[in-house]
Write a protein that binds this ligand. Structure first.
Ligand SMILES: [Zn+2]
Length: 229
């Protein structure tokens, strides 16, 4: 059976269907509302910096973040400091895009790598743990090392007295189901989001104690502390 509206199959975790064959995810989905560009421009004008940079932009070299840099420089006339985390899985095309953006738009770039092969080791460890007891809710643990980049971004912003931080994404790739699998409602407040994450991760880790290895635990804690809702 499939949802008559979104075609999700009956094998989807937590799915149920009503009499019309519409799934619970469709029923509780709320349309996205945008505040609009005017509201964004107001924020930009309020927090535009007096110093060398107006904003910091997380730049992976992919489509969304590259667009944000172009938009910030060309349309909003912002002085951009780009931030890139060079992780072990960074694709050569992404690196090429970043140097092209730097040259064409003349933005400064800070590049960061974590020492000691920590990203690859954490990913391998969590993948092995996951295979011992596969759980959909713990799939995000595979990319937990990436979440560590938020603290350096905030540190750099504060060092340069930057009040605006941009990161790019698009509504078609939203993955709220990941947090819902940990028992956190899509509408949860910030406080409920964090407590939900802690309880969800602890509950899952107690069912699979391999996640609790001292080697990778600090990475997980640091990652989740600075990744917001
Ligand atoms: Zn549906």
């Amino acid at each position: 059976m499939r949802c008559s509206r979104c075609v999700l199959p009956s094998t989807t975790p937590g799915i149920s269907f009503d009499a019309q064959g519409v799934c619970n995810y469709c029923r509780k989905a709320k349309p996205v509302t945008y505040q609009g560009e005017e509201a964004l421009l107001e924020v930009i004008d309020r927090f535009r910096g007096q110093g060398r940079y107006d904003c910091i932009v997380a730049l992976s070299g992919g489509r969304d973040s590259s667009y944000v840099v172009i938009k910030a420089v060309r349309d909003y006339k912002l002085k951009v400091l780009a931030f890139n985390y060079r992780n072990p899985f960074t694709h050569p095309v992404a690196s090429e895009n970043i140097s092209r953006i730097q040259k064409r738009l003349g933005v400064d770039l800070v590049q960061l790598e974590f020492p000691g092969d920590i990203h690859r080791r954490t990913m391998r460890h969590n993948l092995v743990a996951w295979m011992r007891r596969p759980s959909l809710a713990m799939v995000p643990m595979m990319c937990v090392a990436c979440k560590m980049l938020w603290k350096p971004i905030l540190d750099i912003a504060s060092r340069h007295d930057i009040k605006i931080a941009f990161s790019g994404s698009n509504p078609y790739e939203q993955t709220t189901f990941k947090r819902e699998l940990l028992g956190i409602d899509a509408e949860a407040s910030v406080a409920r989001y964090y407590t939900g994450y802690i309880f969800g991760l602890v509950r899952e880790s107690l069912s699979n104690v391999r996640y609790l290895a001292s080697e990778v635990l600090p990475t997980t804690v640091k990652g989740y502390m600075f990744s917001g809702p």
